[in-house]
Design a binder for this molecule. Sequence first.
Ligand SMILES: *Cc1c(COP(=O)(O)O)cnc(C)c1O
Length: 369
Amino acid sequence: MTNTYKLLTPGPLTTTDTVKQEMMVDRCTWDDDYKAVTQKIRRQLLELAQVSEDDYTAVLMQGSGTFGVESVFSSVIGDQDKVLICSNGAYGERMTQICDHAKIPYLHYAQTYDKVPDASHIAKLLAEDPSITHVAMVHSETTSGILNDIESVGRVVRQAGRTFIVDAMSSFGGVDIPVASWGIDFLISSANKCIQGVPGFSFIICRRDKLLASEGKARSLSLDLLDQWRGMEKDGKWRFTSPTHVVLAFSKALDELAQEGGIAARNHRYVQNNQMLIEKMERMGFSTYIDKVHQGPIITTFFYPDGVSFQFQEFYAYIKENGYAIYPGKLTKMDTFRIGNIGEIYPEDIEKLTSIIANFIEKKKENVA
Ligand SMILES: *Cc1c(COP(=O)(O)O)cnc(C)c1O
């Protein structure tokens, strides 16, 4: 069994062999040794979020990242509440779909995909509408790769006395997020992104008082955040069957993040990968959709270069044959593709990938000539 290609996608991503090996044992969900793993993970997550156990608590939730977002929305925003959703991509828009399904009242501030939602505009919307109780936003919008300014937004949300929900799915662990000092009340991320685990559960860092205040609001049984927390807080037992192998892999991934030097070191590696990628791609004639100021270190959206014409499928297949999987674009109106640089990826991978792309472009130019 060999790994035939590495993933340059925003998660699931390329994990270490040692993380994968953790999944070779079967664990009993109610045994103390397994429950202790869950508790260890919950403590480590609070450390990464730079919050104290007195003020914050971590909840793990079965399912992919969207399940975590849906759990928070459907559990903490009541029928009498209203959430302001600030979007600039597909994941922000997904929050409005969650609200439509669960009949959660919301106001949608839709920013264009290449711009960040503006904190002063959000302050104005909050001042105009006192019925808004919550504000929700994505940190790293994986649709484009833009990194939103949740610090500034957190400040205005706190000043206005509202609750701040952040989808930090593709940034937590890879970008420093001081959760308490940025005024974040609920932060959602998942096992298979920057912490470099495998897919199977999401996690939520919650302000304790706000979580407890959500009593009676949950619309779903399986996604009930407070109920999930109650069981877990007691002794680490998940309410329903937990993804045991995924949990073990995640525990190992957290230890490996610490060994690498924590978030600062991982961020440094991701930034280095990202800058090197963009520099080399620009030299070949590709340009980025997001400007340098707002481009995040996780994933990059590229336009195809002028003067060469090819289909994504052909481009993808050639790169895959040579050892890497990239991502299609997610912009509806423009022809783009995306390359992620998170996971077990190093400068030598970026070096290899960009020379594969250079070869492809050469071949295309020869065909034209
Ligand atoms: C990955 C991701 C999600 C969750 O997507 P799933 O497919 O449910 O894992 C949500 N928001 C953002 C910004 C993401 O990158």
